[in-house]
Design a protein around this ligand. Structure first.
Ligand SMILES: Nc1ncnc2c1ncn2[C@@H]1O[C@H](COP(=O)(O)OP(=O)(O)OP(=O)(O)O)[C@@H](O)[C@H]1O
Ligand SMILES: [Mg+2]
Length: 272
């Protein structure tokens, strides 16, 4: 069996009476694209924080490619191959787009001189930002800021890319533009874990989905299966996102007809 790229082994975390992880275990295979859904406050961003090292679990352990990183500092996890975006992008506003990514190639990936420069340019191309290289980050539109957030994470040279609501607040055509960037990054070999309320963006990109609620994984499987799960539907019942689930299920049907998103390594049988 392949060693998981990421493995969370029975992690738990509470903030006072709020439990964000309850003996939670989860694995991500190399090459996988995994989507995470769940209601507001479910603990999704906290989960990323425990993977990236911003937050320490109260119990359990975090493993990257078979090596325990539970006690590793965030910068060490970045060097080990974990790149993440944040729900609220905070680029260096006065630096240009290129300089923002260069900092990540330099400090995150540990590259020097021309190598860092080349990596930053390459990442700008791959995220559709090359034409904005010399624009100060503070002048970007929301979609451009979201692209830059992805570019900064990719600039650190990760194997595992963690995306936290990068499609939030975008118009429909903008969501589709971002989906195409993420799909391309995944096709190039990056493993992706994407938290998103814009569920139809996920079904266009991932081959597996989990739903988090109350610190637990309440559903885990193919997107269509998870979206149809009565436990998941109950969580979204009567809310705006319920419509989102129906739209997403339609998008899943369309993706199936078009050949669907795939893992870069996993076989169809391995998918849950
Ligand atoms: N550092 C912290 N200190 C105290 N409480 C926190 C902290 N971080 C998160 N929380 C609480 O933990 C719960 C889960 O927060 P988290 O941001 O992980 O949720 P989420 O699933 O990402 O929600 P959303 O979909 O709104 O982004 C919330 O009730 C939040 O207020
Ligand atoms: Mg969040």
């Amino acid at each position: 069996m392949t060693t998981p790229l990421l493995h969370l082994d029975g992690i738990s975390k509470s903030f006072g009476k709020v439990t964000v992880a309850r003996n939670l275990s989860l694995s991500v295979r190399p090459g996988e694209a995994l989507g995470i859904v769940g209601p507001n406050g479910a603990g999704k961003s906290s989960l990323f924080a425990m993977v990236s090292g911003d937050l320490r679990p109260d119990g359990g352990s975090v493993w990257l490619d078979g090596r325990e990183v539970t006690d590793a500092r965030p910068y060490a996890r970045t060097r080990a191959g974990i790149g993440r975006t944040y729900q609220v992008p905070r680029p260096f506003e006065h630096l240009t787009v290129f300089e923002n990514v260069l900092v990540c190639a330099h400090q995150g990936a540990g590259l020097k001189g021309r190598q860092a420069w080349t990596q930053a340019m390459d990442v700008l191309e791959r995220t559709g930002l090359a034409g904005l290289a010399n624009t100060p980050a503070g002048r970007l539109t929301l979609l451009q800021r979201k692209r830059l957030e992805v570019a900064r994470a990719v600039g650190t040279g990760p194997r595992l890319l963690l995306l936290d609501e990068v499609a939030g607040g975008l118009t429909e055509p903008e969501v589709l533009e971002l989906v195409s960037v993420v799909r391309q990054l995944h096709a190039e070999g990056l493993s992706v874990v994407w938290i998103e309320h814009v569920v139809h963006a996920l079904v266009r990109t991932v081959s597996r989905m989990i739903c988090l609620a109350g610190g637990d994984v309440v559903a885990d499987g193919a997107p269509r299966q998870v979206l149809a799960d009565p436990k998941v539907r109950e969580l979204y019942l009567g809310s705006g996102p319920e419509t989102e689930l129906t739209d997403a299920a339609d998008a899943a049907d369309a993706a199936d007809k078009a050949g669907g998103p795939g893992d870069t390594e996993a076989t169809g049988e391995e998918r849950a």
